[in-house]
Design a binder for this molecule. Structure first.
Ligand code: DP6
Length: 344
């Protein structure tokens, strides 16, 4: 079957279909691709843990060529989930099974095969592309044609940051006013082609982090005395970043991005016990980025729930920034603004 879903998702080469007993065509297998995103203004803390709605709004840029590709077969003998060639078990498997139940509580067993072309669970936003790709592949395989907003609401319930990876380019994610959380989803601010930026990932470590972002943010929210200030200042940061993106003002965007990052890190450090994702090389890279700026080179740093540093710069300055970062880490990935989640 090749058909155009509302809002432009095409079911084509990557999907298999069958006629069910009632005679309508149902897609049984679908493959989707999603890019991860990094938050320029951070999501850190939850309003509702069951609905997975955020305590603060956030804003991100979707990044290529990092990607997750996920194939879902809807209707197999048993649930079987494979990520990067390894069968998923335990809590991770339960989290995926629960997510599939959101699509259809009476679902059949499902097979998932997913692959990342970058390190998983190392603070490189792998859950953002993972749940965006899974939401699109699984809902398509289940025969549901969700538009991007519905897809973002679904993806949010798998992992908050995934609500933003449904879109390419620059995306904000709003908090919920409604009790059922349905107004908490991604909103496209500007598409991929709006602004050609470079994001360099200084890879301090590609190891799976000891404290997941979910556990880190919950502990922070429960114990940091700084959390109230963090929460109160979030909306203004999103407004400032949005204005900077629309005006293509990199210095303005970099400044508010670093401020959001450091406020988030302050809440982590002031948790009880403290959540410390940084390693010595992380701090060295932060200083190197400041030194670049002092020399007039456009570079601003951000971090997430991990030791790696992402540096926002222009494509023109990327080479020089990379050379500086390589004095502190062995590997630097240079990424550009990516497109939306799509069926392949
Ligand atoms: C620091 O989206 O991984 O990267 O919703 O619990 O799955 P869950 O959390 P997740 O958290 C990401 C936190 C962050 C900041 C961000 O991406 O906005």
């Amino acid at each position: 079957m090749v058909g155009m879903f509302p809002m432009g998702f095409t079911v084509g080469a990557g999907s298999k279909s069958t006629q069910n007993r009632r005679g309508y065509t149902r897609v049984m297998k679908a493959t989707a691709l999603a890019h991860p995103n990094i938050a320029l203004i951070k999501y850190w803390g939850k309003h509702d843990r069951v609905l997975n709605t955020p305590a603060v709004p956030s804003l991100s840029v979707t990044l290529a060529p990092f990607k997750t590709e996920t194939s879902v077969t809807w209707g197999t003998p048993i649930d079987h989930f494979v990520i990067n060639g390894v069968t998923v078990a335990g809590d991770a498997s339960a989290r995926v099974a629960q997510f599939l139940d959101l699509i259809d509580p009476k679902r059949p067993p499902v097979a998932i095969e997913s692959h990342n072309n970058f390190p998983t669970a190392a603070g490189l936003a792998s859950s953002s592309s993972a749940f965006a790709a899974l939401a699109l592949a699984a809902s398509t395989a289940a025969g549901q044609a969700l538009n991007p907003t519905a897809l973002s609401i679904l993806a949010r319930q798998g992992s908050g940051s995934a609500s933003r990876s449904v879109w390419g380019g620059f995306v904000s994610w709003t908090t919920a006013d409604r009790e059922d959380g349905t107004d908490s989803h991604g909103h496209p601010i500007a598409p991929k082609d709006h602004w050609d930026l470079a994001v360099l990932v200084a890879l301090v470590s590609d190891q799976k982090k000891a404290v997941s972002s979910r556990d880190g943010m919950n502990l922070t929210q429960e114990t940091s005395p700084l959390f109230g200030g963090w929460e109160a200042s979030g909306p203004a940061d999103v407004a400032e970043a949005k204005a900077a993106i629309l005006a293509k003002d990199l210095s303005r965007l970099g400044t508010v991005m670093e401020h959001s990052t450091m406020k988030m890190v302050a809440t982590m450090f002031s948790a009880q016990p403290a959540v410390i994702y940084m390693q010595p090389a992380t701090v060295a890279v932060l200083h190197a980025v400041r030194a670049l700026r002092a020399k007039g080179i456009p570079a601003w740093a951000t971090m997430d729930a991990g030791p790696n540093v992402k540096v926002l710069t222009t494509p023109q300055a990327a080479h020089q920034v990379e050379a500086t970062l390589l004095q502190h880490v062995k590997t630097v990935h240079t990424l550009s603004v990516g497109g939306p989640a799509r069926l392949i």
